[in-house]
Design a protein around this ligand. Sequence first.
Ligand code: IMP
Ligand code: MG
Length: 338
Amino acid sequence: MLTNIDKVDVCCGLAWGDEAKGKIVAQLAKSKKYNFVCRWSGGHNAGHTVYVNGVKYKTHLIPCGIFYGIPSIIGPDCVVNVNKFLEEIKYLEKHGFNTNLIKISQDAHIVTDNHIKDDKKLYSDQGTTFNGIAPCYRDKYARTGIQVKNEPALIRYIWNDILYGNILCEGAQGFWLDINKGNYPYVTSSNTLPYSACSLGFPPQYINTIYGAAKIYDTRVGYDSDFPEELFEDSHLSLIGKTGSEIGVTTGRKRKVNWLNLDKLIDAIIISGTTVLIISKTDILEKVELYNYIYQSNLHHFNSSDDMQKSIKDLVLSKCNLLKKVIFSDDVEIVNDL
Ligand code: IMP
Ligand code: MG
């Protein structure tokens, strides 16, 4: 049931996850007046790093609204590992956050121990996060899954399905990990594109701003034929990975690094409907003084960060009709201009 929704904003990843969505969502939650912050997909395969008053926090499942006292919803298309969820609740309580604000849709699915076992057994060659995500969605779509409403441990967290006012939807993973748009089968098992935020229970017409997050270089964790292992051997790309601390929040694995693929980024901006693009980690390329991107399958070189940023901005604004604004941000900077 929804009552009097004013508008919905969405923040989604435009790459392969790890695009600093956590930073952007936290900044939005802090500065705009949202009544709810909601996750619409995935489970604890995600990892969001957020700085609140200079302190670093990590969450995997619970939306970042919780850090700013905003009701935080885990939607019906998410998958929930009960132990991991309760661990995260404890962690947030220990740090003084009000966990009464956290609610889960009764229709979200439960990740079981067997899902985790199956993930390790069936998907080891794909380098999944081994959190049972694919087997859980498998059972959901086979209509044999267990839902939150069947789990006594979660009864007190069940959401009443009501949304109102201003809503921020927090994406997990990224455009090219989407089950439909990604390099199948090297994808995750959920719908990461902004339209799928409507699974929370509102019509698409309410969606207002779509914040699309990217980085000034690409990274990929887990196997993907588009990211060959040889990328690890490229000394420039390895240097960028090292300088940018490209290590997975959830799995601690080293991320493969490649030059920003603008062909892919432009597709992701257009298809996601991104209206505000935020490209993070510009300071990392500045530290190593390497400025390249791939466009029309060719590598393009620039002499300075400014030249590269100007070129990216001109190109994406000319190719993507719905895009209104492009913001560049360094690794730690608060994105003031949202
Ligand atoms: P799964 O979601 O654990 O099934 O993993 C499927 C693929 O998506 C693997 O390549 C993972 O490394 C990748 N993946 C899943 N979640 C994230 C994320 O939050 N950030 C980056 N990669 C992810
Ligand atoms: Mg992440």
